[in-house]
Design a protein around this ligand. Structure first.
Ligand code: ASP
Length: 440
């Protein structure tokens, strides 16, 4: 007998921002009974001037810590949930939950506890509205006492618990350690919870419902109305989200990738749309030349020159040791014969530059160290690049025609990404030029 399909559906904050959005969510779940496990975020913005419940919670906590009055913020949070519950005609009262939360804030509860209440309360409401069982993430998502996430224990706990439940709501973003203290993932972490649930129940699909039509080929703030990406591989997603594409939390891919579970980015406001499918292999008809273009500003290139560097075995190792000593992760490492450069984030550089320079001088005795503090990185991703010739020519011609000076080039060895370094002021021009040349 073929097992019935299981779909895990994660809904982002804007998909659960008010009564109208809750109704849309129910419509989506009713349309496909395979959508058995639901992971909600906290209520998000109802419009551009609105505030996310998570942000309000962080603010309450900050004010509580500073001894300031936060009653008005707390009231805003309370109203958000009350409006949703009343609008949906739910009989449920969150009074007890609020009393516990308020006491905890007054007693100096940490920011992670405070922030997690957004998803927790929303999960209770959503479960009541859908008639699904509520499973508190604190009981199934495990962290150690230092706040490190424990993947394997979580998988066992989630699996055991959900196996017995036909339909459940598991709030996103948080979990707890053995002593019951709450820990959260980084911002946007409900995507990670969704992926963990999908892994545990061996879902056929992980649907990530949001307020955009899917992954766009590039930042719509830079290129007006970029095309949507119909399908991409996990590896392409990793490259794009690492370089700043923000639809899905960076860490959400790992739990599903290992099981080969596909992710579909869907639009709650247009459930009939095709969204973006992320899977192990995309089919050739989905193979556009370029899958996406992403980028980030504010990197620094440190260049180290030393005559006969090429003849000194271990030079590279010692250089990396200087970075390791200072716990600095780097982005790229282009090299010449007597020079080698390392590209790292400006923030990291600013925090640790003195110590890093000391380590580099001590370990390498270089002839010269120069620093270029004005670099933006732009990455073009596409597994279609592997099999086509002439892409690089189009790529560099476009940048040349747009007057963009290229400071660094790095083509990944898997040939699905090519990164260039340009000055921060050329960042947007470079992205527009590449989009026009490679996509349009
Ligand atoms: N509510 C959390 C945030 O705003 C987590 C999430 O929505 O995924 O970051």
């Amino acid at each position: 007998m073929k097992k019935s399909q299981i779909v895990v559906a994660k809904f982002g904050g804007s998909s659960l921002a008010d009564t109208g959005q809750f109704r849309k969510v129910k419509g989506i779940l009713d349309a496909d009974p395979a959508r058995r496990y639901v992971v909600p975020s906290a209520p998000g913005k109802r419009g551009s001037a609105d505030e996310k419940v998570t942000d309000l919670l962080y603010r309450c906590c900050e004010k509580a810590g500073a001894g300031e009055d936060y009653a008005a913020d707390l009231m805003k949070i309370r109203m958000r949930y009350q409006e949703i519950a009343a609008g949906l005609g739910l009989e449920i009262s969150l009074e007890k939950e609020f009393a516990v939360m308020e006491q905890a804030l007054a007693d100096g509860a940490g920011a992670q506890y405070a922030a997690s209440r957004g998803e927790y309360l929303n999960g209770i409401l959503l479960a009541a509205y859908l008639g699904f069982e509520f499973v508190d993430a604190a009981e199934v998502i495990c962290f150690d006492k230092d706040g490190r996430f424990e993947a394997e224990r979580t998988n066992v706990f989630l699996k055991e618990r959900l196996m017995e439940i036909e339909r459940a709501v598991i709030p996103g973003f948080y979990g707890a350690d053995d002593a019951g203290s709450i820990h959260t993932f980084s911002r946007g972490g409900s995507d990670v919870t969704g992926a963990l649930v999908a892994r545990a129940v061996q879902a056929d699909l992980y649907e990530n419902w949001t307020d955009v039509p899917g992954f766009l080929l590039t930042d719509p703030g830079i290129v007006g109305h970029p095309k949507k990406i119909d399908a991409m591989t996990y590896a392409e997603l990793r490259e794009l989200s690492y370089r700043g594409a923000t639809v899905l939390h960076e860490d959400a891919v790992f739990p599903v990738r290992r099981e080969g579970i596909s992710i579909r980015i869907c639009n709650t406001n247009d459930p009939g749309g095709t969204g973006t499918l992320i899977c192990r292999e995309t089919s050739p008809e989905n193979e556009e030349t370029i899958t996406g273009i992403a980028g980030k500003k504010n990197f620094v290139a440190i260049s180290i020159a030393k005559n006969r560097m090429n003849a000194q075995p271990g030079f590279c190792r010692k250089m990396l040791e200087a970075f390791e000593e200072n716990a600095i992760a780097f982005e790229h490492m282009p090299s010449g014969i007597d020079t080698i450069s390392v590209i790292l984030s400006r923030e990291e550089y600013n925090r640790k530059k003195e110590a890093l320079m000391d380590s580099l001088r001590r370990l390498l005795q270089p002839d010269k160290i120069t620093v270029d503090e004005d670099m933006a990185l732009v990455t073009v991703v596409g597994k279609g690049m592997r099999s086509q010739s002439g892409i690089a020519a189009r790529f560099f011609t476009a940048l040349g025609m747009a007057g963009v000076n290229i400071k660094m080039i790095d083509m990944g060895s898997n040939e699905i990404n090519c990164t260039i370094g340009v000055s921060n002021q050329d960042f947007e021009t470079a992205i527009r030029a590449l989009y026009d040349a490679l996509v349009e």
